[in-house]
Design a protein around this ligand. Sequence first.
Ligand SMILES: C[S@@+](CC[C@H](N)C(=O)[O-])C[C@H]1O[C@@H](n2cnc3c(N)ncnc32)[C@H](O)[C@@H]1O
Length: 211
Amino acid sequence: MTLSPEPSRASTGAQDVEFRIRENEDQARWDRLFDNEKPVEVEIGCGKGRFLINSAMAYPEINYIGIERALRYFRIMKERVVRRDLANVRLLRDDAVYFVERFIPDGAVSAYHIYFPDPWPKKRHRKRRLFNTRFLEEIERTLAAGGTLDFATDYVEYFEEIQSLLEASDRLDVLGEIPERVRELGRDLTNFETKYTAEGRAIHRGAYVKP
Ligand SMILES: C[S@@+](CC[C@H](N)C(=O)[O-])C[C@H]1O[C@@H](n2cnc3c(N)ncnc32)[C@H](O)[C@@H]1O
């Protein structure tokens, strides 16, 4: 794989946390990106990285890829990852949809985590939503057998839409409970979850598994 480590490393120089993608590159090879063959989980839209970092610290036997396209959030997350010297984390500042579609091989991901995706509540903006039929096909394609998709949102209409899309595709089974590794991290998994819980908003969670 030629996915490239980011040349301007964080000043600690601890590791090549950030990688970049270029159009003419091959599909991702996790063994080259991480220099080991541990299972890989992907978080899409990680914001400031609370879930990713807590997971990576709790489960060093898992590799984590965090994808966040907003530079402001990405910088905060990267600085936190570098400060903790987390060898099992790699970060990409890019569009996750493009990365998944173009670079992730079939069956290469053990779990996807997607927490509080932008709801785009205005009708004319709905097409900007992350979850749609095509994106779910890519999630299904790239999950390993037994791999999980875990998501949460405070926006009930979006939650129901995601559930309908998953039911229509019929390629993932309802898991019935939050995946164990996520459950054991406890409550307030992400910055948005903390904020919304404090505001008393209901949180809707979904967990699915590839048979
Ligand atoms: C509402 S925030 C939630 C952040 C975090 N998951 C949390 O719960 O605290 C949604 C995040 O997803 C990011 N995002 C949305 N679409 C994305 C995409 N296609 N690729 C990468 N990041 C994306 C946004 O930049 C934003 O930071």
